[in-house]
Ligand binder design. Structure first.
Ligand SMILES: [Zn+2]
Length: 126
């Protein structure tokens, strides 16, 4: 057998991300962003509602598919990966560290965070 042991980080991170999707802390935070919107009436006259989610940044309402639950304090901060203790406690954080963001606002925040990490890596190399 000449199978190599994979890099722990690249092997473990996708698995942690997978189970983070069902982390109760995140789901509690998602429920807090939920709003019942009155969208019309059924033929029988009963009001029809749709569950939507309020973006914490632009304050608009979105369908669940158009939102992400964002870590307010990012899992990997501007300083980059520190250790597993930090990584895991941040990924599986309390509901108050999560916010609901629409895809556009989330993309914007992620880009900013990536830029900061990249700049810090550059600084560290010098
Ligand atoms: Zn937004």
């Amino acid at each position: 057998m000449d199978k190599k042991v994979p890099n722990l980080y690249t092997w473990l991170v996708p698995k942690l991300r997978q189970i983070a999707r069902i982390w109760p802390g995140k789901n509690i935070a998602r429920d807090l962003a939920k709003e019942k919107v009155h969208i019309g009436f059924y033929k029988n006259g009963n009001p029809e509602y749709k569950v939507m989610y309020r973006c914490s940044s632009c304050k608009e309402l979105f369908d669940v598919k158009e939102t992400h639950m964002d870590h307010i304090t990012p899992v990997v901060g501007p300083e980059g990966f520190t250790n597993w203790e930090d990584y895991i406690t941040r990924m599986f954080s309390n509901p108050d560290n999560f916010q609901c963001l629409c895809l556009i606002c989330h993309g914007f925040k992620s880009d900013q965070e990536n830029k900061e990490r990249k700049e810090n890596r550059k600084k560290a190399k010098k």
